[in-house]
Design a binder for this molecule. Structure first.
Ligand code: FAD
Length: 488
């Protein structure tokens, strides 16, 4: 029976970087991926396909608003060429998956096997290749990086052909005229806005009282208003009861918070109600690994209850982001290679929701910071008077810095702005370096850029402190600025 130092199960943003890093450190690694290529949910059904659609949607909107920028374009002639968008997507996915495989092939101690892995004991597994005979392997350590799969509602009709999940939405044969999106989380919001931008009539149904439950409330509500302005019909605080088939689509039957019944037609019903760990058929019953509805139980060092078995990424539950899975994987690989390791903590994680405008999140929300025992203050920045936002024609949005009142240590960054995604790298660095608002204020941010807002919000804290004043915002415990102090 062949023996490996490390068996990695799952070739997504968790498993692949772990396998590459361990093999670069000369460990004998077997990476098993049940799909046809490396990249996981992120590449084939998640981050990348959704951002390819988002890019097309943003470019379409830019053309539609070109007149505001003094560009005369015959808007009536613009059409969404769905097959070309899908062909572009396929080419990008193929290229990225191939690059990952080529990288893997350069590492002599790494074997990539396309097929399914199932544990047969704490140190052994059975591999069923996509073609060929099954075989058994032994290993010293294993990393479970099998990701997650879409949740399904427990209501009649979810299995109808016109009810789809994120696994099918990126391969629809044609652009639907009507779409009902069930679920107002990050994926539901992104999909609702993208399809609405393409001209689809979109209804967004959310069981909670507002969209994006874990996001700062002020930011989520401001975005919800924007989604409604965009023409999406948003219903919150509802309960879906049933989905019924009709000739060319389906009806979603739901109750609103008063108990009143409603019925909405969609050519497709996109159910995006969260995800759960992928542990089916993994053979965990042959080990001491424990899991619950949140995923495999793993401690801060990513150890499961079975010594030598580790788990990273979506399979251990929230937060479910590609960069988070990769950060965990790289930290774990360092540890297994015997290097000193700092494991990532949610307090320094970042996230972006590619809504329109984008939501950027880094570190703790106000509520999370308070729950962690901090005496919290907030500095705010309003993009209405921001130079870059005005130039770009998207002069609305909000930045909130969450910081500790006594130490001025930055605890969180929350932003709603067109382009917020690209600024979160700075927020990530600031949080992981443990900077204060003073340090943020004293770093020189180029003008006119969105990142300038970080410095301006931080400077508002300092001017408030130097004047011994409680700040200029309406909200207690917060400071606010709305325009650059020194720049044009
Ligand atoms: P996965 O990427 O799911 O990889 C797990 C792999 O394991 C899969 O390839 C699977 O085939 C394989 N596998 C499972 N079981 C077995 C087995 N028994 N044997 C062999 N192989 C197995 N995150 C972001 O950071 N940014 C975004 O913009 C973003 N957008 C998203 C949009 C959508 C629509 C969705 C659905 C998700 C999005 N995500 C995004 C989340 C991101 O895709 C996941 O957090 C990320 O893919 C998790 O990585 P992972 O390696 O843990 O799991």
């Amino acid at each position: 029976m062949e023996k490996f130092d490390v068996l990695v199960i799952g070739g997504g943003p968790g498993g692949t970087p772990a396998a590459l890093a361990l093999a670069a450190g000369r460990r004998r690694v077997l990476l098993v991926e049940q799909g046809a290529g490396l990249g996981g949910t992120c590449l084939f059904e998640g981050c990348i396909p959704s951002k390819i659609l988002h890019e097309s949607a943003r470019r379409l909107q830019a053309i539609q608003h070109a007149g505001e920028f003094g560009l005369r374009i015959p808007v009536g002639d613009i059409r969404v060429d769905w097959p070309t968008i899908l062909a572009r997507k396929a080419a990008i996915l193929q290229h990225r998956s191939q690059s990952a495989l080529e990288h893997a092939r350069q590492l002599p101690t790494l074997r990539v096997q396309f097929g399914r892995a199932a544990l047969t004991g704490p140190r052994s597994a059975r591999i069923t290749p996509r073609s060929g005979d099954p075989f058994e392997v032994e290993f010293a350590n294993a990393i479970i990086a099998t990701g997650s799969q879409p949740n399904r509602l427990a209501v009649p009709g979810v299995d109808l052909p016109r009810v789809i999940t994120s696994e099918q939405v990126f391969d629809l044969e044609r652009l639907p005229e009507n779409l009902v999106v069930i679920g107002g989380g990050p994926v539901g919001v992104e999909m609702a806005q993208i399809f609405a931008a393409f001209g689809t009539r979109v209804t967004l149904l959310e069981a909670g009282r507002r969209i994006l439950a874990p996001v700062d409330e002020e930011i989520a509500l401001a975005l919800q208003a924007r989604i409604v302005q965009q023409g999406v019909s948003v219903h919150t605080d509802i309960r879906v009861n049933e989905i019924c088939h009709t000739g060319d689509g389906a009806f979603v039957k739901f109750h609103d918070h008063t108990g009143a019944p409603h019925e909405i037609y969609g050519e497709y019903i996109l159910e995006v109600t969260g995800r759960h760990a992928m542990v089916d058929g993994l053979g965990l019953e042959h080990t001491s690994v424990r899991f619950d509805p949140h995923g495999i139980r793993a401690n801060a060092m990513l150890e499961t209850d079975e010594p030598g078995l580790y788990a990273v990424g979506d399979v251990i539950g929230q937060p479910m982001f590609a960069h988070w899975a990769t950060a965990q994987a790289l930290a774990l690989a360092r540890r297994l290679l015997g290097h000193p390791t700092r494991f990532p903590t949610p307090a320094v994680n970042t996230a972006v929701i590619f809504s329109i405008p984008e939501v950027g999140i880094a570190g703790l929300t106000e509520a999370e910071a308070r729950a962690a025992g901090h005496d919290v203050e907030i500095a705010r920045y309003d993009f209405r008077a921001d130079a870059r936002a005005q130039v770009a024609g998207h002069a609305d949005g909000l930045l909130k810095l969450v910081y500790d009142r006594a130490t001025h240590l930055l605890l969180g960054v929350h932003m709603l702005a067109d382009g917020a995604a690209s600024t979160m790298g700075e927020a990530a660095l600031a949080l992981s370096a443990g900077v204060t608002v003073e340090a943020l204020a004293s770093s020189i941010h180029p003008h006119p850029t969105l990142s300038e807002s970080f410095g301006l919000a931080a400077r508002s804290v300092l001017s408030r402190a130097s004047h011994g004043e409680p700040g200029n915002s309406a909200a207690p415990g917060s400071t606010a600025v709305s325009a650059p102090e020194t720049t044009a």
